[in-house]
Write a protein that binds this ligand. Structure first.
Ligand SMILES: *[C@@H]1O[C@H](CO)[C@@H](O)[C@H](O)[C@H]1NC(C)=O
Ligand SMILES: *[C@@H]1O[C@H](CO)[C@@H](O)[C@H](O)[C@H]1NC(C)=O
Ligand SMILES: *[C@@H]1O[C@H](CO)[C@@H](O)[C@H](O)[C@H]1NC(C)=O
Ligand SMILES: *[C@@H]1O[C@H](CO)[C@@H](O)[C@H](O)[C@H]1NC(C)=O
Ligand SMILES: *[C@@H]1O[C@H](CO)[C@@H](O)[C@H](O)[C@H]1NC(C)=O
Length: 599
């Protein structure tokens, strides 16, 4: 039996807000919910970009053997072709181990994939993706075994191309090995159709008017591991599906990157370092797959999502001549379990509860349902579940508390970001002006929201202690607040860094191709743009350590820019040649700054 005071309070509420049917009675939100539909991949853009990148290579004629395998690089981001390191675009402080990201574990022996042509005929070596490095092996015989043994010692190596290269001056006279039997290592399997490097380069020095012999190749054979099935799951992720021939076509898509080899760890680093999507928060899932165009491995895609996807949406098998292969999905482990309240599945239409396995709602004393969990898609940001703060039946104006059923297992001393979408719009702008929610971390307020708002991302920075209590406290019915899609992730470093890198590449790239032939001028403009981008990043003060780092970079760049300026302005030809382009570039920089400012 409600107490008389309670009834009075209820009567008062009913009088003041007669029009409002509370959430517990399936009331319609006053404000039409945001009508955003989480994006799905732009498969046309991905296919188009796959046709633009060229990731195929072979051992350069002038490179010494036994160079280290370079780190995985990014060849395109969101449709813009680039050439950057993972750290350059993601800024995640990656502690990646080199040996975990390769295409597959060795499960079987090398098999011959194609033979070389007879020794007396000119042949061609592989021009293919995921080239790693090369060595030369003793050329007294056609020494395939030595090449395979060498490959077995390189973690990423799953394929070798063995061939003789003639008329290479460096092999013949300079490098210590004195052998022309090349053994090239690749991180993917290639076929005879990719024998496209016919040599024909000049390596011997020109002496007088003598004809210089050009390089040529003979006996080019290919050897690969047959069982390249497994990939090692990166730290902080779990395998959701794969490998299959279908890429995800799932909602919550944030963008994509191409990388130069099938490197699961590199994708994880890109996902970790990806900024937030305004509608969806941080990256929670990635899908890595290999694009095979006309039967030939062409690029390796990392598609990033703020919603976790699964195999049911892995239905993009390719388009045109592009075929999807080796597709795998990985979910980023959020320390926060069921942050989207999707685990509450008591009904399939409309129901609510104070608590369930993953979340506990607590009310003020003597009251119930001041915090609750709803199954009802119209209340949710995504999916069907959401949390509600404030008396669900509208019986009082007391705050409620929603917290995960278990303390969060964090890493002590590590920085995290709490991300949550919150909506205080149910009762309309006037009543919801009183809405307020605090994000509490071990009892201390670390952030929150107040006033009328439709679903918007709310974030708070916290530091883990090993076992932490997260709670959302608030609501004062009828100023209710819904929360949904909460995550606890390690900090990202602003999206601007990615945007900045892209635009910087675009502008510096175009400068390169235009009149800025004098390298110094090009360098100076790239420096200028870099400095400006960095300044903007520094101003954001996202991360203290980063800011100090960025400031140091700015000082370095400013110093070298000053030096460059001196040379440029002492070179009248450069100045004259580029006067028009300078104005153009300046306009581009202004556009860039304007664009960045709007983000
Ligand atoms: C990418 O950049 C690196 C370092 O600047 C350079 O060595 C490499 O040749 C570049 N690759 C391409 C494809 O431009
Ligand atoms: C990156 O990690 C290294 C080693 O873990 C650490 O020394 C360094 O301070 C970190 N840098 C940033 C910017 O967090
Ligand atoms: C082995 O390689 C060296 C150095 O390139 C070359 O001079 C020699 O002719 C090669 N021997 C054979 C049998 O091809
Ligand atoms: C090379 O140049 C010299 C002098 O310029 C000339 O006498 C000779 O005929 C030339 N040889 C060939 C093969 O062209
Ligand atoms: C809550 O309701 C009580 C009684 O109806 C009222 O006196 C009080 O001002 C309200 N508090 C807020 C924060 O609205």
């Amino acid at each position: 039996m409600p107490s008389p005071t309670r009834l009075l309070a209820l009567a008062a509420l009913l009088i003041s807000v007669t029009a409002i049917v509370p959430p517990s009675q399936k009331g319609a939100p006053n404000q039409t919910p945001d009508d955003f539909t989480p994006a799905t991949p732009d498969n046309d853009l991905i296919a188009q970009t796959a046709n633009q990148v060229d990731q195929k290579s072979a051992p350069p004629v002038d490179a010494p053997p036994n160079a280290d395998v370079p780190p995985t690089s990014v060849t395109a981001i969101d449709g813009t072709v680039t050439n950057s390191t993972i750290d350059g675009v993601s800024a995640s402080n990656s502690t990646r181990r080199r040996d975990v990201g390769r295409l597959g574990r060795r499960q079987s022996k090398f098999e011959k994939i194609f033979d070389g042509l007879p020794a007396d005929q000119h042949d061609a070596s592989i021009q293919g993706t995921a080239y790693l490095t090369y060595t030369v092996v003793n050329n007294a015989t056609y020494n395939v075994q030595a090449c395979l043994d060498w490959c077995a010692g390189i973690d990423e190596c799953v394929f070798v191309n063995v061939y003789y290269e003639f008329n290479n001056y460096l092999l013949d006279f300079v490098f210590g090995e004195k052998s022309n039997l090349k053994c090239a290592a690749y991180g993917d399997i290639h076929t005879a159709a990719e024998k496209l490097n016919f040599g024909g380069q000049q390596s011997y020095p020109q002496l007088g008017n003598e004809t210089v012999p050009l390089t040529y190749i003979t006996q080019s054979s290919g050897w690969g591991l047959s069982g390249i099935k497994e990939a090692v799951t990166p730290d902080g992720y779990e395998l959701v599906f794969g490998p299959t021939g279908g890429a995800n076509n799932a909602p919550g898509y944030m963008g994509f990157a191409f990388i130069d080899k099938y490197d699961v760890d590199a994708c994880a680093a890109l996902c970790n370092g990806r900024g937030v999507d305004a509608n969806g928060g941080g990256c929670a899932y990635f899908n890595i797959w290999r694009a095979v165009v006309d039967g030939i491995p062409t690029t390796y895609t990392c598609s990033m999502y703020y919603l976790v996807a699964d195999e049911s949406t892995a239905v993009n098998f390719g388009q045109g001549s592009l075929v999807v292969t080796l597709s795998r999905g990985y979910a980023r482990k959020s320390v926060l379990i069921d942050g989207g309240f999707e685990g509450y599945t008591e009904c399939d239409d409309f129901c609510f509860t104070a608590s369930y396995a993953n979340w506990i709602g607590t009310s003020s004393s003597g009251s119930s349902l001041d915090a609750s969990i709803f199954f009802y898609p119209p209340y949710a940001h995504t999916g069907h579940g959401s949390g509600l703060l404030g008396s669900a039946p509208g019986l009082n104006n007391q705050t409620g508390t929603l917290k995960p059923a278990q303390p969060l297992t964090t890493d002590a001393g590590v920085n995290y970001v709490v991300q949550c979408f919150m909506s205080s719009a149910f009762s309309g702008p006037k009543i919801e002006a009183a809405a307020k929610v605090d994000i509490m971390w071990n009892g201390v307020r670390v952030g929150g929201t107040s006033g009328f708002t439709e679903y918007a991302l709310v974030e708070a920075s916290v530091v883990g202690t090993g076992s932490d209590e997260l709670a959302f406290v608030g609501g004062a019915s009828p100023a209710w607040t819904f929360i949904d899609d909460c995550k606890l992730i390690t900090p990202y470093f602003v999206t601007l860094k990615i945007v900045g890198t892209m635009l910087e590449k675009a502008i510096c790239g175009s400068a390169d191709a235009s009149c800025f032939r004098p390298a110094l001028v090009t360098a100076a403009f790239c420096h200028t743009i870099q400095i400006r981008t960095l300044r903007m990043l520094s101003a954001l003060e996202v991360d203290r350590i980063r800011v100090a780092e960025i400031d140091a970079q700015i000082r370095d760049l400013e110093h070298s820019l000053a030096t460059l300026r001196f040379y440029i302005f002492c070179m009248p030809t450069a100045r004259k040649e580029c006067r028009i382009r300078v104005a153009e570039i300046d306009a581009q920089i202004r556009d860039l700054e304007h664009f960045l400012a709007t983000l």
